[in-house]
Structures are given as C-alpha cells and as structure tokens.
Design a protein around this ligand. Structure first.
Ligand code: PLP
Length: 417
C-alpha cells in the first residue's frame, strides 16, 4: 500500500529519522581505547531519564523481559517471597516469570482496568511482622489496559508499614514518556526497554538499580549468567561490556537521549498528557469507554478502548491494518476481543495522532460500530486547539511579508515573485 504505515501500537513506536541515521554506522572495535566514551556518556544521561543520582543504570542486549529477569535474579533467592499484583497481561507475565524462577509470589488479582492498590500493600506489609516479603513488584504503566499506577503512593504504603522490602517497578511503557522518579519514589529496580519512550527499535533491556538493590547481589542465590550484574559492573566501570554490545542501538540510544534532552523531559511528559487528553476526548465523543476504570488510572501513553458488546476489537484492528495501513494495539489475554488500543507515545504530535484517531473511527464504522463520522478527530482537534499555547500570527509578529498591503502581495503573485 502506498504511503506510510501509521504505527499506533504502544511500542515499538516511531523512530525519528535522526535516530535512524545515528544508527546507520559502520561496525567498530568495541574494545578500542576510544570506545568507553560512548557507554560512559550513556550511563550519565540515563540517570537523568530515571531521575536518579544514586542508582546505577545497566544496558543489556535484550528487551524489557530481559530487564525483568535481571532485576529478579540479581536480588532474590529461590523461595523468596515477592508481593505482586496482576492487572493486565504484562503484570501477569512478570508474575509468571517470578513463579518460573522459583520465587514464592503472593500474586493478588486486581480488576483489569485498575492498578496497584497502595492500601492493600500497606495492609499486607504491616501484617508481615517477620519481614518475610523480600520485594514488592509493580507495573507502573500496564500497557495492556492503559492503566498507570501511583508509584509514589506505593512507596508511601511500604514506608508507613515500616517494611524493608525492595521495590521493583516495570517502567517499560512509562519511562521517558511519563514522569518517573527513581530516587524520590525509592525504587530499587526500574525496568525499561528501548522500543517505547526511547523511540528505538526493540533490542535493549535497560534497568537501573539502587545501591540497596546492588547490595543484595552477594546473598541473592537465583542462578544468573547473561544477566549477572557483577560482570556488568566490572566491565562497565571502565566503559566496556562483558560481551559484544549492539553498536547501532548504542548510537541510537545516544541520539534518543539527546532528542529527549533537547525537548526537555518535563515537556515530553506534558506533550504525552496533551496527546492522551485529545485521544480521550475522541473516545468520549464516540460514546465509548476506556478499559481504565477511573481518571486516576488513565495512562498518558496508551488508551485501551472498549468496543460495544457484540463487536470484536480484533476486527477493528484487522480492518484498520488492511484497509488503512493503520496499526492499532490488540486486546490481550482476558481483554482479547473486548478492546483495541491506541498507543500515543514516543515521537508523536497532534496531526500524526489525529490520523490514528480518524483511522480507528473509519475502521469502527467499517465493522458496523455506530459512531458519528468525524466526531473523534473533531473532539481531539477541539481539545488540542482550545488548550494550545497562544501563537503569534505573522501579522502580530510584524513580519515584513504580512505588513505589505494586500494589493502589493497580489501584484507580487501576478508577476510570479
Ligand atoms: N512490561 C510492559 C509494561 C510492556 O508493555 C512490555 C511490552 O510491551 C513488557 C514489559 C515486555 O517487554 P519486551 O516486549 O520488550 O520484552
């Protein structure tokens, strides 16, 4: 099909051209004397993304799933108790990994559409007088349901229970798009991947460990080889890796971090909020609902939109893809068929997103869902225009072109100037 594929899955996201160009590099010796400049610069910049001074970032040739494994195996031993919450496919998969690694998981089911419950965390930890629970693991942004949890509140719950458990947070679809404060929230292991807020292809599993988490390595008996932080710490200290790194992805990451720094992290978060609010205005105009049960759960990186009873979200996604070259996210596991997702994160602006909203609307109408033509894009447009920062017109800005009388400009046009 001619034209661009409109990518609105919540990862991988669009990779800006300048990042694509930065990745287009000849291979080089990753053991050369000049190589360390690249990784050492990346570690310094990554600390800003995680908002940490104390934490130590690690870059694995892996994905978010590898990051999960690195976080668990470097800090825990077989049979250790972990408290976790299942409220979507990704929290489910992380719990599944914990169980397969031989951890004793207290997995609490939460309604899909809600997030981590701080009150319950406080209750459970307060009752754990012997401090048997070694870690609390939560997904910050559950990509499957479009739900963001309040990590500051989770930290407060742990503290008010006076419990020493480590706090592990999956920030795969939040970090570099939503505000994430590793030090302030006392996060001990933060997990991220390259293909979402960082706007890169998949291929890097990036984690950040607190000093408290790193101190657990000695006593942590879960087997680990590829993901052993000990090997990484040794090699990284001089700017090298214990194995062959992916050079294009490292150069891409350097560019991605530069792109984020140029926009400014707080502006990145504000842009994601604006884009999400426009999307939510469209959903409201369609008369549909989000999977997220209440505004406090709304995610600024992905909206999971419930289709009306009697319709299958997978049909909307399939028609959107085949007819309009639009990629929407699928409903996963418990919510399969019940919804479709619009990812609104990464390198994105209003006009790009309005194409996704319009395409989703067209595909919904194609499968018979009754929504008013144009209502979604119109609502998003209205929201974005009414909340946009004032902009000076050429006239107001005193442009010499605008200052010319209309006849002069018309005359100029006639003579082809
Ligand atoms: N956690 C969350 C919240 C995710 O959205 C994903 C992937 O979409 C993962 C973990 C798994 O990451 P990956 O697919 O990079 O292994």
């Amino acid at each position: 099909m001619p034209g661009r594929n409109h990518l609105f899955v919540p990862g991988p996201t669009n990779t800006p051209d300048r990042i694509l160009r930065a990745m287009h590099v000849a291979m080089e010796d990753h053991r050369s004397s000049s190589f360390p400049e690249l990784p050492l610069g990346l570690f310094a910049e990554l600390r800003k993304i995680f908002k940490t001074k104390e934490g130590q970032p690690f870059i694995f040739p892996a994905s978010g799933t590898g990051g999960w494994e690195a976080a668990l195996t470097n800090t825990l031993s077989p049979g250790d108790k972990v408290l976790s919450f299942r409220y979507g496919q990704f929290s489910h998969l992380w719990i599944d990994m914990m169980q397969r690694l031989g951890l004793d998981v207290q997995a609490i089911d939460v309604e899909w559409g809600e997030g981590a419950p701080p009150e319950q965390i406080q209750q459970i930890l307060s009752a754990d007088k012997a401090h048997a629970i070694q870690a609390v693991a939560v997904v910050h942004n559950e990509t499957a349901t479009g739900v963001t949890s309040d990590i500051a509140a989770v930290r407060k719950a742990i503290d008010s229970a006076g419990h020493p458990a480590l706090l592990f947070v999956d920030g795969v679809s939040s970090i570099a798009s939503l505000d994430f404060r590793m030090d302030e929230w006392g996060v001990d292991m933060a997990v991220c991947g390259s293909q979402k807020g960082l706007m890169l292809p998949a291929g890097l599993g990036i984690i950040c460990a607190s000093q408290k988490a790193l101190a657990r390595r000695e006593q942590a008996k879960l087997p680990r080889v590829f993901f052993d932080l000990g090997d990484m710490i040794k090699a990284n200290s001089t700017g090298y890796f214990p194995y062959t790194p992916s050079l294009p992805l490292l150069y891409g990451l350097r560019e991605s971090l530069a792109v984020l720094a140029e926009e400014g992290l707080e502006n990145v978060f504000a842009r994601h909020h604006r884009l999400a609010e426009g999307t939510r205005a469209a959903v409201k105009a369609w008369g549909l609902s989000l999977c997220a049960k209440a505004p406090k759960w709304y995610s600024d990186t992905v909206s999971a939109i419930l289709v009306p009873a009697g319709f299958n979200g997978a049909d909307v996604i399939d028609v959107a893809y085949r007819r309009y070259s639009l990629a929407l996210g699928a409903g996963l596991n418990k919510v399969a068929g019940k919804l479709f997702r619009i990812g609104h994160l990464g390198d994105l602006n209003e006009l790009m997103l309005i194409s996704g909203i319009a395409g989703a609307e067209m595909a919904m109408r194609d499968v018979g869902i009754q929504v008013t033509p144009g209502s979604g894009p119109a609502a998003a447009e209205e929201y974005w225009r009414s909340t946009a920062a004032p902009i000076a017109t050429k006239q107001a800005a005193g442009s010499p072109d605008a200052a010319k009388p209309a006849e002069t400009r018309a005359t100029r046009a006639r003579v082809g100037a």
